[in-house]
Design a binder for this molecule. Structure first.
Ligand code: GDP
Ligand code: GDP
Length: 453
């Protein structure tokens, strides 16, 4: 059962065209027993184990991270076909979907020791329609004698057969070179800016931002002004706390304790937004002695929308009595239910209570903000999840999730390749389970669904 808690829609990104995959996808297609799994294992160099076939259970498609001479790509093992003809046609169609929707290059694997079958030919037809580049892999070419016999494979109409022995490794290196040559240019990954972590300390007027900054700065050394190799805006501060240096964005107003009358609320809100955008993680400071307000909510929304890591700090905890604590608990449940994943700390800038909890909370949120889940692990988990809880049937059909990749970090971005549009409720279900399985406390995550075109 998919439980739709409708308040969290902002985490779910149903757009299909706003995501760029960071690594290309290579799909391995072919009928059962031609050696697809053996080839995938060969490509992975046995660094990751492919799940063994279990008798009577269809092996499902699984994706893995692969690397050859420094280039990274995702290999999708499209799995086996079932023996009965009807199921087989469906399985061929599924491979076609994967190949046409997602792959940058398709490896079509045949067993070179036997003549092409009708199934091979059916698969070739659909691959041709896909318009994707296909490499015809003639597998089980264990020796030169077999290699001499592969010329009949030209008849498939996919061009020159590429002989390999997945089992013994013969020709595997050359095949990998050929795969890389067929892949689109790699986009260089943008490295994280070096230097201290950038934090925005934000919250509406009077929640205690400047008090907290002063408290933090006093915990260890005073506010430092420069760190070698780091450029800091004049309005920023470098502050030591929790045993490290942090880059606090836009602290000009906080340090000088400017009067709150200066500047309109609109201007203040623009400034808050700019600080969040310039930061990696935001501490949203709330006044625990007061009701969570519209203005607090707007600031939280800014953090979610800019995709920054988030720590929510309830300040003025010294003013919170038993009654207020009870009331606040209910308020959090109601008002902050869209961010169940945020890290919450209860502090007092006045007394210094729990101020030492901030650095670990920030580090935790940042670590999860940058978390990358290995593709194999992600897909093994996802395959089990969608088998256990498939998408609900809509108009007699249910879209299927084919596989997923993590397209980026900061915040983590996932792409689900599917056979159709998914219900927002199902995407939220996948997100919640993803969060349960892998630790994403303190970070928004984006899930994009890529249905069949
Ligand atoms: P899949 O169903 O297409 O994934 O095929 P598998 O990878 O499970 O391989 C099917 C059978 O073919 C297994 O017994 C493999 O050991 C064998 N096999 C795979 N590659 C080769 C090869 O290059 N040479 C030989 N002789 N056998 C192979
Ligand atoms: P800012 O506008 O967010 O920078 O808030 P300030 O730091 O100027 O604090 C506003 C008021 O709240 C000041 O009178 C502070 O002394 C008071 N204040 C700040 N933190 C605390 C706290 O933890 N406990 C209590 N009781 N008062 C606080």
């Amino acid at each position: 059962r998919v439980d739709a808690d409708v308040d969290r829609t902002e985490d779910v990104d149903l757009g299909v065209d706003d995501v760029e995959l960071s690594v290309p996808i290579v799909a391995v297609v072919g009928r059962p027993n031609v050696g697809k799994s053996t080839l995938v294992n060969r490509i992975l160099g046995r660094r990751q184990a492919v799940v063994e076939d279990v008798a009577g259970v269809t092996r499902d498609r699984v994706a893995y991270d692969a690397e050859w001479t420094g280039r990274h790509f995702t290999v999708v093992d499209t799995g086996g076909w079932l023996p009965d003809a009807k199921e087989r046609a469906k399985a061929i169609a599924t491979q076609a979907e994967i190949a046409t929707q997602t792959a940058d290059v398709v490896l079509f694997v045949v067993d070179a020791t036997i003549p092409p079958t009708a199934d091979d030919e059916a698969a070739v037809k659909m691959l041709r329609r896909s318009g994707r580049p296909v490499i015809l892999v003639a597998n089980k070419v264990d020796n030169a004698r077999i290699e001499g016999e592969i010329s009949s494979l030209w008849g498939l109409g996919l061009g020159e057969p590429f002989p390999i022995s997945a089992l013994h490794g013969r020709g595997a290196g050359d095949l990998l070179d050929k795969i890389l040559a067929a892949l689109p240019e790699a986009k260089p990954a943008v490295p994280r800016e070096a230097g201290p972590r950038r934090i925005a300390l934000v919250g509406r007027p009077n929640v205690g931002k400047s008090s907290l900054l002063n408290k933090l700065a006093k915990e260890e050394r005073a506010v430092v002004d420069s760190v070698a190799g780091t450029t800091v805006d004049p309005v920023d501060s470098l502050v030591d706390f929790g045993g490290e240096t942090w880059h606090l964005v836009d602290t000009a107003g906080l340090r000088k304790r400017v009067s709150h009358a200066s500047g309109t609320e609109y201007y203040a809100s623009l400034r808050t937004n700019a600080a969040i955008e310039a930061a990696e993680v935001a501490i949203v400071l709330l006044d625990a002695s007061e009701v969570i307000s519209e203005q607090d909510q707007r600031i939280i929304t800014m953090v979610i929308e800019s995709g920054r890591a988030l720590v929510v700090a309830f300040n003025k905890w010294d003013l919170v009595d038993e009654d207020r604590r009870h009331q606040l608990g209910k308020e959090i449940e109601r008002e902050l239910r869209r961010i169940p994943w945020s890290i919450k700390v209860n502090v007092s800038a006045l007394t210094g209570r729990a101020v030492d909890k901030l650095a670990p909370a920030l580090n935790k949120a940042l670590e999860n903000w940058e978390r990358r889940v290995p593709t194999g692990q992600l897909n093994q988990w996802l395959t089990a999840l969608v088998q256990q809880t498939p998408h609900p049937i809509r108009g007699g059909r249910a879209p299927r999730v084919l596989f997923a990749t993590q397209a980026g970090v900061s915040p983590p971005k996932f792409v689900l390749f599917t056979t159709g549009v998914l219900d927002p409720g199902y995407v939220r279900f996948v997100e919640r389970k993803l969060r349960e399985e892998f630790d994403f406390l303190g970070t928004p995550i984006h899930i994009t669904v890529k249905p069949r075109k």
